[in-house]
Design a protein around this ligand. Structure first.
Ligand SMILES: [Fe+2]
Length: 271
C-alpha cells in the first residue's frame, strides 16, 4: 500500500464520528452526521483547516439514518455541495411505512443523545435525499475516482462502505458499532442474511485503516473483526431485541428484499 495522498480528519459529532478526507485541492465528506453537525463541519473546514467550503467537492451518505443523512441535507442547501448515495437510498423512507420509520428513527436517535450524554439539538431532516450522484456497487466516487462504493446491505437495504484501495482505508459507517470498547452489531440488522454476506465480503479486503461512525479509527484491523461479528448476528435474541426490531421494521423495502431473497432460494430451503 502506497503513501496516503490525503489526511483523514475525525470530528466528534453530535452522536457519532464524522470523517473528512482532505486532499491538497479538495475535500470529501464521509457522512455528515446529524442535522446540527452541518455547522460543526463548516466551522472545521473554514476555521481549523482554513479552507473554503467550495473545496468540499462531494459528500457521501452511506445510508438514510438521521446521524448520517441529516447534516448533509443542510450542507447541500447552504453550500451547494453535491451528494452521492446508493441509487436506492430514497426507497428506505418511502411510503407510509417509511414515513413512520423516519419519525421512529429520529426518536431513537434522541435516546442515543441521552445515552452518550450529548445536548438536545435539532435532529429533524427531510426523509428524501434525491442524490446528485446515485451510486451502485463498485462505483467510483465522482471527483474522487480513487475511492469506490461497496454495497454492504444488512443494517438497511442500501448501505454502502467506501474504500480507498491503494492506502487500504475503509469507512464502514454503521456496519458495526463500538459499545463499551467492544465492536458489535448495530441496531437494526434489518436483513441478517445480507449483513452476513457484507461482513464476509469486507473481511476479504486488505484494510490498513478502518473508520467506524460509532467507534472511530482502528489501525491495522484483523479480518477477524468482520468474521467474528457474523456470530453476533445469530447471538442476538431476547424480548428487548425483538421489540427493538419491531420498532425498526416499518420500511416496505425490508419486506420486499426478504421476499426477493426467499424467491432466489432453492424450493427446499424456502421458509
Ligand atoms: Fe444507521
Amino acid at each position: 500500500m502506497g503513501p496516503s495522498p490525503f489526511i483523514v480528519h475525525e470530528l466528534t459529532g453530535h452522536i457519532q464520528s464524522i470523517f473528512l478526507v482532505e486532499y491538497p485541492d479538495r475535500i470529501l465528506v464521509l457522512d455528515g452526521g446529524c442535522h446540527c453537525d452541518a455547522v460543526l463541519i463548516t466551522r472545521f473546514v473554514t476555521r481549523t483547516l482554513r479552507r473554503s467550503m467550495d473545496d468540499v467537492r462531494l459528500a457521501v451518505v452511506t445510508h438514510m439514518h438521521p446521524d448520517h443523512a441529516g447534516g448533509i441535507m443542510l450542507l447541500r442547501r447552504r453550500h451547494h455541495i453535491p451528494v452521492a448515495s446508493h441509487a436506492a437510498a430514497d426507497s428506505w423512507y418511502a411510503g407510509v411505512g417509511g414515513a413512520i420509520q423516519h419519525v421512529l428513527d429520529i426518536v431513537m436517535a434522541w435516546f442515543v443523545v441521552i445515552r452518550v450524554k450529548s445536548s438536545f439539538r435539532r435532529l429533524w431532516y427531510r426523509r428524501r435525499l434525491a442524490p446528485d450522484h446515485p451510486l451502485e456497487d463498485g462505483s467510483a466516487l465522482p471527483g474522487f475516482p480513487d475511492w469506490r462504493a461497496i454495497a454492504v446491505p444488512g443494517h438497511t437495504t442500501h448501505d454502502i462502505a467506501l474504500y480507498h484501495e491503494s492506502t487500504g482505508v475503509l469507512y464502514v459507517a454503521d456496519l458495526m458499532v463500538q459499545v463499551k470498547s467492544t465492536l458489535t452489531m448495530p441496531i437494526p440488522v434489518s436483513i441478517p442474511e445480507l449483513m452476513e454476506r457484507s461482513l464476509v465480503r469486507l473481511a476479504a479486503l486488505p484494510v490498513r485503516t478502518l473508520l467506524v461512525a460509532h467507534g472511530g479509527r482502528i489501525e491495522h484491523p484483523s479480518p477477524k473483526i468482520f468474521t467474528d461479528l457474523v456470530d453476533h448476528i445469530a447471538a442476538r435474541t431476547g424480548i428487548r431485541y425483538a421489540l427493538l426490531m419491531l420498532l425498526c421494521g416499518f420500511p416496505a423495502e425490508i419486506r420486499r428484499t426478504k421476499r426477493a431473497l426467499a424467491a432466489r432460494r432453492p424450493p427446499g430451503e424456502r421458509a
